[in-house]
Design a protein around this ligand. Structure first.
Ligand code: SF4
Length: 364
């Protein structure tokens, strides 16, 4: 039986986060060894299947249409393009493809049907398939599950309190609702957040409380370090220190022992020594490929060299959970209901988001 706790408090998590560094590292590494093979790291490839033009105002995101960034938008990729990229990812050691679309939410219709076909196609390549498509309804989650989706990513980003300082176009509870919809299927949940957005340590702990008290806890928790992109409201944020990153990874590992902890955005700012400390502290997944949606990421060969140096091996697919079956579109039990999810539209104003939006007008 699992000993995982679901009643963590912010105070307990802060006590862990603030432990003397060596003690924290030792405790996290001990938990890690108990639940995982410490020499295995899962490698995912993140593929932006539809880039830019997003109506949301996430303060960290260069894909939000309202900010002026260098990101070039593109329409939804074709199933064939996605298949070609997935084959390349598989050949370079990835066991999972995560497809990201810059959408506020999923809308039933041709584009979603295309995504379902992409899921079927990648699952048939014997790879784990993950999607991150924004908010979705329960029926849409079932349709993805039927197509053979392995995981759905929907990050909480920060604590409930700090979320309001970063995003005004939807609420924290909308995130939880989508996670809940995914939980009604066999699809695993991937949900984490970003540090370095100007939040306090209490917010980092608050985010971990929100994740660790989910029952079951997310199977995967990405920990991102903000990559401050010019033109976004968070463009002037200082990079997160490696010490904060290791503390965050270690704390996540301790409070969510069975979870796969993903080192995500921000790895280009980290030395190999820094990344090695993160692996020791319990990180056991990375994103491979030279781009993470739109921000830079280490080259695949560099990662493989690092793996060799550290004696790490890429994890094979479907070690944690069986490969889902793929149901073909014509045999599907769940139909297109013409749905799109409802959300709370809090619409409060965030000063720095407003300023970044105004700046665009002066540049036109
Ligand atoms: S993070 Fe996602 S939802 Fe937010 S602006 Fe970027 S693409 Fe849109």
């Amino acid at each position: 039986m699992s000993n995982t706790r679901h009643n963590w408090t912010k105070e307990e998590i802060l006590d862990i986060y603030n432990k003397p560094f060596m003690e924290l590292l030792y405790e996290a590494a001990t938990v890690h060894r108990k639940y995982h093979d410490p020499n295995t790291v899962q490698v995912s490839t993140l593929l932006s299947i539809k880039t830019g033009g997003c109506p949301e105002d996430c303060g960290y995101c260069p894909q939000a249409a309202r900010y002026h960034t260098d990101v070039e938008g593109n329409d939804l990729m074709s199933v064939q393009q996605v298949k070609a990229q997935a084959l390349r990812a598989k050949a370079s050691g990835s066991s999972r493809v995560c497809m990201g679309a810059a959408w506020r939410n999923v809308k039933d219709g041709q584009e979603f049907d295309d995504v379902l076909e992409m899921v079927r196609t990648i699952n048939k390549l014997d790879m784990e398939v993950c999607c991150t498509l924004g908010m979705l309804t329960e029926n849409q989650a079932h349709r993805l599950a039927e197509a053979g989706l392995y995981a759905y990513n929907h990050n909480l980003d920060s604590s409930e309190e700090y979320y309001k300082e970063v995003i005004s176009t939807r609420g924290f509870e909308d995130r939880l609702q989508t996670i809940d919809n995914v939980r009604k299927t066999n699809v695993t949940v991937c949900s984490g957040g970003i540090i370095g957005m100007g939040e306090k340590t209490e917010d980092r702990a608050g985010m971990l409380v929100a994740l660790a008290t989910l029952n079951p806890q997310p199977e995967s928790v990405p920990i991102n370090a903000l990559v401050a992109v010019d033109g976004t409201p968070l463009e002037d944020q200082e990079p997160v220190s490696i010490w904060d990153m290791v503390r965050m990874v270690a704390t996540t590992r301790i409070v969510m022992p069975e979870t796969q902890v993903r080192l995500s955005a921000g790895r280009t700012q980290m030395s190999r020594e820094g990344q090695a400390m993160c692996f020791f502290a319990g990180a056991n997944s990375i994103f491979a490929g030279d781009k993470l949606l739109t921000t830079p990421n280490p080259d695949v060969n560099e990662d493989m060299e690092m793996f060799k140096m550290l004696g790490l091996n890429p994890q094979k697919p479907f070690i944690k959970k069986m490969q889902p079956n793929t149901v073909e579109a014509e045999d599907s039990k769940f139909q297109d209901l013409g749905e799109k999810p409802k959300w709370s539209r809090p619409e409060h104003k965030i000063e720095r988001n407003e300023e970044a939006k105004e700046k665009v007008k002066t540049l036109r």
